[in-house]
Design a protein around this ligand. Sequence first.
Ligand SMILES: [Zn+2]
Length: 476
Amino acid sequence: MSEKITPRSQDYARWYTEVIQRSELADYAPVRGCMVIRPYGFALWENIKEGLDRRFKETGHVNAYFPLFIPMSFLQREAEHVEGFAPELAVVTHGGGKELEEPLVVRPTSETMVGEMYAKWIQSYRDLPLLINQWSNVVRWEKRPRLFLRTTEFLWQEGHTAHATREEAEEETLRMLDVYADFAETDAAIPVIKGRKSQTEKFAGAVASYSIEAMMGNGWALQAGTSHFLGQNFAKAFDITYLDENNSLQHCWTTSWGVSTRMEGAVIMAHGDDQGLILPPRLAPIQVIIVPIWRDDEERSVVMEAVDRVKDALDGVRYQVDAREELSPGWKFNEWELKGVPVRIEIGPRDVKKEQVVLARRDMPGRPGKSFVPMAGLAGQVNELLATIQQALYDRALAFREENTVDASNYDEVRAAVDGQFVRAYWCGDPADEDKLKADTSATSRCFLIEEEIEPGVCAICGKPATERAIFARAY
Ligand SMILES: [Zn+2]
C-alpha cells in the first residue's frame, strides 16, 4: 500500500488498471486477452448477478443453459450475424485427437443455438411467449484487451425470447432495456441514457438494438447493456414457427439482451477516485469494514468486546472486522479505501468509554465524512448512511454527466466538444456521418435519444433534415 496509485488526471487508463489489480478485483491471465476474476471481483459480480436475476424473474423469465459449442453452419444461416462475428470467432477443429467433420464455434453469443432449440420447442401459440435467460461465458477474440471492458472470454447473461407478434417482441425489447436501466441506476448508482443504436453500431442480425449508455470519470461513454429486437431474422433462419389460433403457420418474433462483466468496469470508472474504488453499497461485497484500534493487550480486550457488540448490531449488513495485529490502523484505512468499502467503523478505547464509534464515509474522504455515533441505535445509523451514500454516488455521477454534456448544432461544435464529453445533436443517421466523425475524432454515435419528443431539425454533421437527436462520444 506504500506506493500511490497513478492519479486519474495523469493517466486514466493506467489508473484503471492499477485500481483493478491492487484492489484485487482481477488479474491478467497467462493467455493474452483473458482475465482472472479474483474473489473480490467475483463477489462484486455475484451481487450484480443477483440484482439482475431477481429483476428477470420478476418480469417472468426463467434460467436455462445452452451448450458452449455451436456448429459453424448455424452461424452461417443468418448472413449478417456471421459476417459481424466472423473476425472474433474461436473455432474448434479438433476433438478427441481427430479432426472434426464440422468445425465448432465457441459461442460468441447464443442466438443460433437458442434458435435451433426454440424451433423444436415451439409448436403453437400456446407455447408463447417463451422467456429464457442464461448465465454463461462467451468468447470473442479480442485484439486490444482491457480488463473487464474487452476480454476474449467474459461472463454475462443473455436473454432470448420468442413472441407471437411484432408488438409483443418490441415491447419485450424495451422492457428489458428498462430493467437494465433500473438496475444500473438503483443498484450500481450509475445514471444511464437509454437509446437506440445506429445502423453501424447495432447487433449483427438485429432489426434494432437499444443500449444503456453511462458516462465514465473521464467523460467517455460505456455501453453497459444492450437489448435487441431481432424481428423475424433468426426465426426465418432457424424456422421458429407456431400455429396461430386459426391453425395457420407463422414465424415468431424474437429478442435478445445482455449485460456482462463489463458492468464492473462501469462501476469502477463511474465512481472511483485517486484513492481507488468507491463501491455503491448495494453492490459492495463488504459494506462496512470495522477497524479496532488499540495499543496494548488490555485495550485490545476492551475494544474487541465492543466490536462484538457492534457485530451483533449489524445483523443484515455485509461487514468484516480487520483485527490483523501486524498492521497499523492507518495502513488498514488505506487498504479498505482502495477496495472501495463504503463505510468504515473505527473503535478505540476512548470510543468504548464514551459508548460510541466513528463512522467514516468512503465517498467523502477526511473530516467531513466522519461522524461520532452512539453504540445504541448503531444499526439504524449504519443502514441510513449506506442509503445516503448510495444516493450521493448516483447524484454525483448524474451531476458530472450533466456538467459534461453539451449541445452542438454544427460539425465544428461536435468535433470540438466530443473528446471527454457527451455531445447531444440532431443526426440524420447516415453511416457516412459516423464514419467521418470517427476518422476525425475517434468518437462514435452512442445512441439516438428515444425518450424525447422534439421538433424536426437539421443534422449537425451533414446538414440534411433530421428528426432525432443522438449522443456522440468517445467510447470504451
Ligand atoms: Zn447527417
